[in-house]
Structure formats: C-alpha cells, structure tokens
Ligand binder design. Structure first.
Ligand code: HEM
Length: 159
C-alpha cells in the first residue's frame, strides 16, 4: 500500500513539474533565476522569478520523492526486480535533471541542452509510470492471496 501511494504521488509530482517546466520554457522566463542552486534572494520567492522559483522548488521536492520511493522499493522484499530497476533509473534521471538544470542555466538555455532536459524528464516520467503499474499489480496480487486464504479457511471450517 505504501509503495502504491508513494509511486503514485511521485508520478503526479513529476507530471506537475513537467507542466511547470513547459510553462517556464514557453513563457521565456528560464533565466529570471540566473544563479544556481538558489535564486538571487535565496529561499525567498519574489515576483520577478516566481515561476522559475516554483520550478526549482517542485524539482527539489520531486527528486526527494523519487529517492524515498526508490529506498522503500529497494528495501521491500515483495517488490519485483523490474520495479527496482525502473526506480534506480528514475533516481539517476532525477540526479541528471538537477545537474542538467544547472548546466542549462550556466549555458544560457542552449537549445540542445534544453531538449536533453525535456528528454530526460520523459525518461523520469516513464520510469515512474512503470513503477506505479508494478505497485498496483503488487497490491492486486496481495489482495488475491488474502481472499484465497480466507476462502480456504471458510471451506475448512465448514467441512
Ligand atoms: C526532476 C527534475 C526536473 C524535471 C523533470 C524538469 C523538467 C522540465 C521540463 C519538461 C521543461 C520544459 C522543457 C521544454 O519544454 O523544452 C523544463 C524547463 C526548464 N528547466 Fe527543468 N526540470 C527539472 C529540474 C530542473 C532544475 C533543478 C532546474 C534548474 C536549476 C531546471 C531548469 C529549467 C529551465 C531553466 C527550464 C526552461 C528552459 C527554457 O527556457 O527553454 N529544471 N524542465
């Protein structure tokens, strides 16, 4: 249950982040925060760079969620190997996105780097989608096993 919730919340966060990233790009405010990792006013959000500030804050939260989901999945004895691999790739993609985000700003929104940033975002999204589908399958399997064993218990008691 916890893996299902964590994976789903993380997927939602990645989706929201990609949405905000698209807005940052389309509205041309990608360099309103010219420093990295913090904006000119540090942790204080200001109107001049609020959208970019929002993109970075959601990125930090999303990366944290990806790492927490990965740790929980790797420690779980029931999660399948493929789900673990998907989450390891997702964690690498999150680290890559944050490093690439810095380079995108240092290189003043170089077109190739922005495109790679979008591509790696898609990799991250796909890996989270895979992990959500595995977590749902895991939950269904658990429920099936539970109902099988309870019906077996009922049959044994009746006979
Ligand atoms: C998990 C982390 C991240 C994800 C999934 C992500 C995703 C995205 C996406 C999908 C875009 C739109 C790209 C496009 O439409 O071509 C974008 C734009 C952008 N991102 Fe991120 N991002 C992440 C982290 C970061 C970080 C940490 C920074 C900076 C410190 C950053 C800086 C930017 C900038 C400056 C743009 C706008 C580029 C432009 O104006 O064309 N991103 N991001």
């Amino acid at each position: 249950m916890i893996l299902k919730t964590l994976s789903f919340v993380t997927l939602g966060s990645v989706f929201t982040l990609m949405f905000i990233g698209g807005y940052v790009s389309a509205s041309g405010v990608g360099l309103t925060c010219p420093k990295w990792p913090l904006c000119p006013a540090g942790f204080v959000p200001m109107q001049e760079f609020i959208i970019e500030y929002f993109h970075r804050s959601v990125a930090a939260t999303t990366a944290l969620l990806v790492f927490v989901t990965t740790v929980f999945t790797l420690r779980s004895r029931v999660s399948p190997k493929r789900m673990k691999i998907a989450l390891i790739v997702a964690s690498c993609a999150a680290i890559g996105q944050i490093s690439l985000g810095a380079i995108v700003i240092i290189e003043r929104l170089h077109a190739v780097l922005v495109t790679i940033h979008l591509g790696l975002g898609l990799v991250l999204f796909s890996m989270m989608l895979i992990s959500v589908s595995y977590s749902y399958r895991l939950d269904n399997k658990k429920n099936e096993t539970r109902s099988d064993s309870s019906s077996l218990r009922t049959t044994t008691t009746n006979s």
